[in-house]
Design a protein around this ligand. Structure first.
Ligand SMILES: C=CC1=C(C)c2cc3[nH]c(cc4nc(cc5[nH]c(cc1n2)c(C)c5CCC(=O)O)C(CCC(=O)O)=C4C)c(C)c3C=C
Ligand SMILES: [Fe+2]
Length: 426
């Protein structure tokens, strides 16, 4: 069997299937195993085509770059988030973990299987196999480390960024320890849930003996298959969510609002970003009994169009000074959009809906918003913004914050280097 094209380009998964004379994934796995077909190609484990046209079609995002993917990347359909606790005692073991994770993540984002040991029948395969035959699905993997990462265990304390602060307690917080904290946060997003799950599962396996899962959360938004491509997705309250986000194609704006700058310090965080995550439970049963008028007053926007109250178009600026015939503000003073709107505290939201079955105690849905935001500064952006919302927002009648974590997300890694190298070796 030919192993590679001249020039070293590996054969595509489709070509390999043709050469193997099998037509389906079941056959491929059942008769020879993916590793068996690909063994000896020198590119063992290519899950899908590598030619650039195919890469574009199959949705492959580069893992390496100045910034980590998954921040200004257009949101994919699914999220698998995992918070890990480290179980090692030496800093060197932590850097080894990030080396291994970087190597695996580059493969996962390229749609390849992880590891090298996938074809020996006498050994457990390195890759768990459920993404064999699936394309990269625009997978992005974003790594961050939390304040606890810098405690006394590894000696990283002096390298802790001043900007990586613990969040204060916000009024109304009802945080549960099972959805809070963790030394390391890993955000995997992809246009396929099985592909995203596969990435988290394999990163977890690679971490064995070094880190354990503390909590996980899956999230979703409508898929391209459901239609409305390009439109702002709706949250589970039925409202378009994301309209007021800053323009991620505006590099100057992103440098001002999202990317940590060298001048912010420390040097290893330049081109990174701070991530805030909040698991926010929605009281959907109560919401569903409220009138459309009340719902729209809660957000300060129309439900169907997403336009500010009194206006027609989704992207019309919020008329914060407009008064109705009764002399009252058209956008109520307690409306979420009014209170969240700010020139100086702008953040980039990248949230997903979640549904985690039934709350057995209440018989109500455990569903809500897994809120994720990126910002250059937690202290200047997320914290004052959330403090204002927690105190005044009409939306608080319908939501409870039950989980919380913050992470300093590393800058991206150049090919040949690994995520966090500037911190570990700097
Ligand atoms: C601390 C920040 C924020 C939290 C927490 C938050 C929770 C939350 N938001 C919605 C739904 C909507 N939010 C909308 C706008 C909006 N929200 C925030 C911040 C937080 N939201 C900001 C910065 C903005 C943009 C304000 C602006 O400048 O216009 C909207 C309106 C549409 C939009 O702009 O996206 C909706 C809808 C829920 C359901 C929720 C918690 C469960
Ligand atoms: Fe919001």
């Amino acid at each position: 069997m030919h192993k590679e094209r001249e020039g070293g380009t590996p054969f595509s998964r489709r070509e390999v299937l043709k050469m193997a004379g099998v037509g389906g994934l079941g056959l491929l796995l059942g008769s020879v195993g993916a590793g068996g077909v690909l063994a000896g190609t020198g590119k063992l484990g290519s899950r899908s085509d590598t030619a650039s046209a195919d890469a574009a079609r199959s949705g492959r995002l580069p893992f390496y770059g100045t910034h980590q993917a998954g921040i200004v990347t257009p949101p994919q359909n699914f999220l698998c988030f995992a918070a890990f606790d480290l179980t090692v005692t030496r800093g060197e073991e932590v850097s080894q973990l990030f080396k291994a994770w970087t190597e695996a993540s580059a493969k996962l984002c390229a749609g390849e299987t992880v590891g090298t040991q996938n074809s020996q029948t006498g050994l457990p395969p390195d890759d768990t196999g459920e993404a064999v035959g699936l394309n990269p699905s625009n997978t992005s993997i974003t790594f961050g480390i939390s304040p606890s990462f810098f405690d006394e265990r590894f000696g990283f304390g002096p390298k802790r960024p001043a900007g990586l602060v613990d969040l204060p307690r916000f009024p109304g917080d009802n945080l549960r320890s099972e959805w809070c904290g963790g030394d390391i946060g890993v955000q995997v997003c992809a246009d396929d849930l099985q592909v995203a799950f596969h990435a988290i599962r394999n990163l977890t396996r690679i971490a064995r003996g070094k880190a354990v899962l503390r909590w996980t959360q899956e999230g979703f938004q409508r898929t391209a298959a459901a239609g409305a491509p390009g439109e702002t997705p709706r949250n589970l309250m039925g409202f378009k969510d994301g309209t007021g986000n800053p323009d991620v194609t505006d590099e100057k704006l992103m440098s001002d609002l999202i990317w940590t700058q060298a001048s912010d310090g420390p040097a290893w965080m330049a081109n990174g970003s701070y991530m805030a995550v909040r698991r926010i439970r929605l009281r959907l049963e109560v919401w569903d009994r409220s009138t459309l008028g009340d719902q729209e007053a809660t957000f300060g926007r129309h439900r169907d169009s997403g336009a500010p109250l009194g206006l027609k178009n989704e992207f019309d600026p919020l008329p914060l000074d407009a008064k109705g015939a009764d002399g009252k503000a058209v956008i109520p003073m307690t409306a979420h959009a009014r209170l969240a709107h700010s020139e100086t505290e702008r953040i980039l939201r990248r949230s997903y809906s979640y549904s985690s079955g039934l709350d057995r105690q209440t018989g109500q849905l455990d569903a809500g918003l897994f809120f994720v935001s990126y910002q250059r500064s937690l202290e200047k952006q997320f914290i004052p913004l959330q403090m204002r919302l927690a105190k005044q927002d009409k939306l608080n009648e319908y939501i409870t914050h039950v989980g919380s974590a913050v992470f300093a997300c590393f800058p991206g890694a150049k090919e040949g280097r690994y995520i966090g190298q500037e911190l570990f070796e700097g």
